[in-house]
Ligand binder design. Sequence first.
Ligand code: PHE
Length: 457
Amino acid sequence: MTRGAFSRLGFILAAAGSAVGLGNIWRFPYLAGENGGAAFVIIYIICSFLICYPLMIGEVSIGRSTQTDAYGAYKGLGGKRWGLLGLYGILCGFLILSFYNVVAGWAFGYFVELVFGPLLAQRDKAQFFTDFTSSIGLNFVFSLGFMAATAFIVARGIAGGIEKANKIMMPALFVILLLIIGYALTLPRAMEGVRFYLIPQLSEVKLSTLYAAMGQAFFSLSLGMGGLITYGSYVSKQQSIARSSVLIAATDLSVALLAGLMVFPLVFSQGLSPSEGPPLVFIVLPEVFGAMGPVAGRFVGGAFFLLLCFAALTSTISLLEVPVTYFIDQHKQKRGMIAWVLALVIFVLGLPSMLSFGAVEFFTHLPFYGGKPALAFVTEIFSDVSLPLGGCLMSLFIVTRWKRANFNQEIRQGAPALAGSWLERFINLVLAYVAPPLLGALTVLLILEKIFGISPF
Ligand code: PHE
């Protein structure tokens, strides 16, 4: 049985699709809003290219060199013990999908409620958000629907499912994004939003801004949990990993930047506050759409939530593909069946997160972890802390176990000009000397902050 393979463009679109997600459209703008606008954006760009780009190349090349799942890849190159790092990634992917799908379900629900339901006319959008997120029925229907869409695509395979879906959704996403930006910029006071977004407020830059940007770059590029090992295992040896990775990182970055250019003018046009945190997209923007009136509001708001759904779906399929590839490669399971089974298991695993916004008191205020909601617990442990740790261990794996010579041999395949170039030396330098200490320190800081509530800065 063949494993399937991506075409050149297919891989770039699929990996960019994995990267572009709720992280870009939902999280990036509010983080920028909270952390001094443009100052955050600049640090974010630097982190993406100077640190995350080499790590992305590292992760994809581990997958391509072994042509197998995350566990098999680490085990094949480094022995059984390193295989554990692959399992760690698969576990993180499982749990990330479990909470990510909840928020994706909100995006789906908001699309339906805004276009066909009462959301636009609702007076109190904050109340609507509270009612929506605490409703067991609505959450159940929409997040199950989203998970089913994810399983449906993954079950159809690499070329016929994932690649095809990305080839439709990624261009559509760009078109919708540009249309909304075009419209947003014509609104009154839009330029105030642009200015807030593009003029750095250096006084807002603290060390915490730095690691917020770093963490966001990691999450946004889908690094550190074996997702890119998995997608990389379907890449041909003729493809230049370094070149494709530039395109993937650049696409991710442009969608994040464009998302800011869409969100801030919309928010400022109604004189609302940009630093609202997570509710920015689910409370502030619906207020903006509501103020546009029933027709424009339905169009622009509907387009916005459709965009959010596309972005999320191209990410959830990449998350589901990680364990699916593992079960196909290691346990000889049939793709069609295992995709649906795993989707169901992950959906069930996500129930605590889903019910942690008022639906069930136990999950809303956990009896441990400072009484935070279950969704925050899972997000902070399995994504915020675990991804930088995964990236740190991956770079250590490349330099200490796989060895630089083998790694270089892999990245030179499909890119002969890379041999001995400054780019290759730069990638090697970052993987050996920059990523391990930096990501190690970041992990420690994040553990202190998230788990022990100690913020040293
Ligand atoms: N990169 C995705 C986003 O920005 C999230 C993600 C993380 C997807 C890890 C896959 C793996 O929304």
